[in-house]
Design a protein around this ligand. Structure first.
Ligand SMILES: *[C@@H]1O[C@H](CO)[C@@H](O)[C@H](O)[C@H]1NC(C)=O
Ligand SMILES: *[C@@H]1O[C@H](CO)[C@@H](O)[C@H](O)[C@H]1NC(C)=O
Length: 560
């Protein structure tokens, strides 16, 4: 099919309608022509995919969030990168109508349909999307910096590159994601089949704004359409703040991969060493703790064998000083800050008694706020997989947890133990698998949450904020992201050695159980990956045991 010669950026609907009439002409005069036309997309996605991804025009498509809303006219091509926060049922709409004996399409719009016409009702799926929670500024810059913004004439749109922000945002569960940056995405032709709640994706499509919407619902005359649209979810959202994006094409993304990675890093070992030194200074010159932190930053759930989330490696740094007057502890803020400049998505969660008691961190649906829309009123833990959490347990003062506090602690426990978040749908609970690496910074009084590894911190200097050259930061980010995503195997010959070692370790120390062994295997895998290796060697296995021996010695000193 030949693409109509129109400007796909400024007049995407022209292309859609052109392709529709070609297809309609080919299909007529069969009476059921439009029914056939409702199933396919007449080559629309193909034309746009080629234009955007093969010819590279994606860089010229403005981001909805970047431009003042008013400067994007309805009907232009835009993109939105975000997390799917809620999924609604299908919405019915007039997909095609007969105007003077010719079928016209109304797909990818919310525009009004002429009255008293023959009409076809089609359907589309609605997704409620929000900016990625916890996404760090450098990651946003990275995505947006290469976008040429067509209307960006003013200085105000030019972003200043700032790789190391001065402050870290911490989780704020009282105010769910701000409405003005969210977006209602309308998906066609079953293109949502691959999408789940909390997935991250970039949607490209046609934007539609409120003034047009009002006229659309007011002038729609078809009784059939009206009855079908009665429970139209989109109309329940404040349209002045939530634009609609009629999705033509999309790509799924992940919270821990960074866009446009250049080729492999030249010398992995030296990148590893420079990052380790930096982490060491962040942790008050504690080298052992830095080794554990590096492994932790590379961890992810790579398989599930119920009830185990295999690969997770949560870490607890104990022996940290609490911050003065209820502020964040020095270690928590230094580490939280370092992680925010190294990983794409992260959040610091202060675990004070007051926070735990007063705001719910598990996502829940509030059926009361809206007649028809059952939007998830999010809690702090509705995050995309791969988002890192630093829990500042030093903020936990003594006192009583009330019902909310107990629930919150239970939610955090479930994330740390099995990487599952409980969704509270009021009438039922649902468990959603997730992958949120958790780092706990604690003083060390009572053991309330179960971390995979406990490292008593031994600072010989003050925990320091990360300072680094942009080129180093960039290397470390790529290093972490690619090591984290790499595959890893344990060859049978190595497996035999591991088994023998386990038996020997058990004979020496009766407390070495399957939990310890799991931790060793996870650490060995992460250590390998940290050196850019794809299968476990004897050397890395010995290093793992050595790290664990040093850590165990510290723990004995601490409890002695
Ligand atoms: C728990 O305590 C907080 C403040 O201390 C209060 O706001 C909240 O309503 C309490 N929740 C329950 C379920 O008792
Ligand atoms: C971390 O370890 C300390 C010391 O054992 C303990 O008090 C704290 O509860 C632990 N926290 C977690 C989340 O494991």
């Amino acid at each position: 099919m030949v693409a109509p010669a129109v400007d796909l950026l400024r007049n995407p609907l022209g292309a859609v309608r052109g392709l529709f009439s070609i297809a309609a002409m080919a299909a007529s005069p069969a009476p059921a022509a439009t029914l056939e036309l409702s199933g396919g997309d007449w080559g629309v996605k193909g034309v746009f995919d080629k234009f955007l991804y093969e010819e590279g025009a994606i860089a010229q498509v403005p981001h909805i969030g970047d431009l003042a809303r008013d400067s994007i006219p309805s009907g232009s091509l835009v993109r939105f990168r975000g997390m799917i926060q809620d999924m609604f049922d299908v919405e019915y709409y007039v997909g095609a109508y007969k105007d003077c004996n010719t079928w016209q399409t109304n797909k990818y719009t919310d525009s009004p349909v002429p009255q008293d016409t023959e009409q076809q009702i089609w359907d589309r799926r609605l997704l409620y999307c929000v900016p990625i929670p916890g996404e760090n500024q450098w990651m946003k810059n990275r995505w947006h910096s290469n976008a040429v913004q067509p209307d960006a004439t003013s200085q105000s749109l030019k972003r200043k590159r700032e790789d190391v922000p001065a402050t870290v945002e911490s989780m704020d569960c009282d105010s769910p994601t701000k409405e003005q940056n969210s977006c209602l995405v309308k998906i066609y032709d079953g293109n949502d089949a691959d999408l789940k709640l909390n997935d991250i994706a970039e949607f490209v499509g046609i934007v539609w704004k409120e003034s047009e919407l009002v006229s659309s619902s007011a002038s729609d005359s078809s009784a059939l359409a009206e009855s079908l649209m009665e429970d139209d979810t989109s109309l329940q959202l404040p349209s002045s703040t939530v634009p609609r994006l009629h999705c033509i094409t999309m790509r799924k993304l992940s919270a821990y991969s960074i866009p446009s990675q250049p080729g492999a890093l030249a010398d992995i070992c030296s990148v590893r060493e420079s990052l380790l030194c930096k982490l060491q200074s962040v942790l008050g010159e504690d080298r052992l703790a830095a080794e554990y932190l590096l492994l932790h930053l590379l961890s992810k759930v790579y398989s599930r064998v119920e009830p185990l989330a295999v690969g997770k490696f949560s870490l607890n740094f104990s022996g940290c000083q609490a911050g003065a007057d209820g502020s964040a502890s020095l270690v928590a803020s230094a580490v939280g800050h370092a992680i925010s400049v190294l990983l794409p998505c992260s959040q610091v969660v202060p675990l004070s008694l007051q926070d735990l008691n007063s705001c719910l961190i598990a996502p829940r649906k509030d059926y009361a706020t809206n007649r028809f829309t059952y939007r998830l009123v999010t809690g702090g833990l509705q995050l995309a997989s791969g988002t890192h959490l630093t829990l500042d347990e030093t903020a936990l003062n003594t006192g009583r947890l009330n019902e909310t506090g107990v629930k919150n602690l239970q939610s955090l426990k479930s994330v740390m133990e099995s990487q599952k978040v409980d969704y509270d749908f009021q009438y039922y609970q649902m468990e959603m698998p997730t992958d949120l690496p958790v780092l706990v910074v604690s003083c060390g009084k009572s053991r309330i949450l179960p971390a995979d590894a406990l490292v008593p911190l031994r600072c010989s200097a003050e925990a320091a904020r990360i300072h680094a050259e942009a080129s180093d930061l960039s290397k470390w980010r790529i290093y972490l992201s690619s090591a984290r995503e790499a595959d890893h195997v344990i060859e049978p010959s190595m497996q035999k050695i591991l088994e023998e070692d386990l038996v020997a370790a058990r004979q020496k120390d009766r407390t070495v159980g399957s939990e310890t062994f799991h931790r060793w295997l996870t650490m060995a895998r992460l250590l390998s990956l940290s050196y850019g290796e794809r299968s476990l060697t004897r050397e890395r296995w010995e290093m793992t045991k050595e790290l664990e021996m040093r850590c165990a010695a510290r723990l004995r000193e601490t409890t002695a």
